[in-house]
Design a protein. Structure first.
Length: 208
């Protein structure tokens, strides 16, 4: 009789052990199923201050270390890309932007290639010094001599004087003879003078 009671107690214990873990698991699962699902908003930061946006008609623009094409190219920006603008050159043709890819963290872009918001807030920034070239270019005299073309001197043409032309001179004989022969008008005047003189002498003689 005692053996039967022990077996019955063990059987009941086994049933209880199998029942409680299952209930706990179901309760835990139902509790997890009842937790509400929440949508966490994604925080997107908007840069403050002026923004430089690459124009859509420019697939890619160069980013330089200074406000001139003499400065080296240090990167690129693509169409529609936006970066914070920090300042502008004296003439306003170049915009200084934030560019984390370089040591200084700033760079320059050509202003006609970008659209800048709140451009009036940009301050004028002095350009950095131009980097010194690592190698000073030298001209190889042997190579340069190959491109020097020597033009031989040409003799100037000599001037040969032409034949002197003999220009004949004409003497008007009528003029030369006029000194010895009186003209007709002079002859008549002389004749009338002589006749008048004779008449005057005759008149004087008659008066005596």
């Amino acid at each position: 009789m005692r053996k039967i009671v022990i077996q019955a107690s063990f059987f009941i214990l086994m049933i209880l052990v199998g029942f409680f873990p299952t209930s706990i698991d179901k309760t835990r699962a139902s509790g997890l199923a009842q937790q509400p699902t929440l949508d966490f908003p994604t925080v997107t930061g908007t840069p403050e201050g002026p923004i430089a946006r690459v124009n859509q008609d420019q697939p890619q623009i160069n980013v330089r270390s200074g406000p001139d094409i003499d400065y080296p190219k240090i990167g690129v920006l693509i169409a529609g890309q936006e970066v914070p603008a920090l300042g502008k050159s004296v003439a306003g043709l170049w915009i200084q932007i934030v560019y984390p890819g370089v040591e200084s963290g700033v760079a320059w872009v050509y202003s006609p290639l970008v659209t800048v918001t709140r451009v009036d807030e940009l301050r004028i920034i002095e350009p950095p010094a131009l980097p010194t070239p690592l190698v000073t270019p030298t001209i190889d005299p042997t190579l340069a001599a190959q491109f020097i073309v020597e033009i031989p001197a040409t003799r100037l043409p000599t001037f040969t004087p032409g034949v002197t032309l003999a220009i004949p001179t004409y003497v008007n004989e009528s003029i030369e003879d006029s000194s010895s022969v009186l003209p007709p008008a002079g002859l008549f005047i002389t004749l009338f003078g002589v006749v008048g003189l004779i008449g005057m002498v005759v008149s004087l003689l008659r008066g005596r």
